[in-house]
Design a binder for this molecule. Structure first.
Ligand code: MG
Length: 269
């Protein structure tokens, strides 16, 4: 009782009085020219000349692609993908049915190349458990066809930490295990900053932020190098943009609703 009286008194002090009705149709400046420069920026506080962010229409439902997304798989066909081979690209062989694609033979990379991206995809491990550890629903999101965010059935599946679902494979385990049961659809939302090279020299490593099923697994974590197995992965210079890959690890993982947004910096016109 005493606490509620105190809160009421605070409200009255802050708002003047409840009796004062709010004025309608108030106008506010669209920006300012007489404010100080923000440290480290070319813009003033509330700068009237600062470019307004471009408009993006969000998807109608959670996980649906926004208006500036490049849809890489909408459940119908693999037209955005190819299968790399020693003799050049081939049409991808993965099965498409019922709105999803399923790992069969060969790997898959996008025809388009990407640098910094926001990526959304959904995946499901086989409902029937067959095998143990790294043989349970293993696949992977291969950023720039090199840096793997692990896809694995990690629901009650003992395996090494840096190989669990959402791991930066062979480097960092996910902060938590937020896995759903095998057979259930799971979401990955990934923000990736591509590494930068000058000639053969790495001048900025890659960074990745990962949400699985809405739960944070990595927060702008530095990537140590390309995906590796039983050895330390290192960087090797590559293009500013490279294809996005999905790993074939010989288990029937399914994917659906895959889209990316190319990321640009602040104040882009
Ligand atoms: Mg994998």
């Amino acid at each position: 009782m005493k606490l509620s009286l105190l809160l009421l008194a605070l409200c009255v002090l802050q708002n003047g009085a409840f009796a004062q009705p709010r004025k309608k149709g108030r106008t506010a400046p669209l920006g300012y020219t007489d404010t100080p420069i923000l440290p480290g920026q070319k813009w003033k506080v509330h700068d009237i000349d600062r470019p307004r962010p471009k408009l993006v229409t969000p998807g109608n439902t959670p996980g649906a692609p926004p208006s500036d997304a490049i849809v890489l798989f909408d459940g119908k066909d693999l037209s955005q993908w190819e299968a790399p081979s020693k003799t050049g690209a081939k049409p991808p062989a993965w099965k498409v049915e019922n709105g999803y694609m399923e790992v069969t033979t060969g790997g898959m990379v996008t025809k388009q190349k990407f640098g910094d991206i926001q990526l959304h995809l959904e995946w499901a491990a086989p409902a029937e458990i067959d095998g143990t550890s790294q043989w349970r629903g293993n696949s992977g999101v291969l950023l720039m066809d090199r840096y793997e965010i692990q896809v694995l059935d990690s629901y009650n599946n003992p395996t090494y930490a840096d190989g669990q679902a959402g791991a930066i494979y062979a480097q960092w385990p996910p902060l938590v295990n937020a896995s759903r049961k095998p057979g259930e659809w799971q979401t990955y939302d990934i923000v990736f900053e591509a590494p930068k090279f000058e000639g053969p020299k790495l001048v900025k490593p890659g960074y990745v932020t990962v949400f699985a099923n809405g739960v944070l697994l990595h927060h702008r974590k530095e990537i140590g190098g390309r995906m590796s197995h039983r050895v330390v992965g290192t960087y090797e210079a590559h293009g500013a943009e490279e294809p996005l890959g999905l790993q074939n690890h010989d288990t029937s993982v399914r994917y659906r609703n895959i889209w990316v947004r190319r990321l640009a910096g602040y104040d882009q016109p």
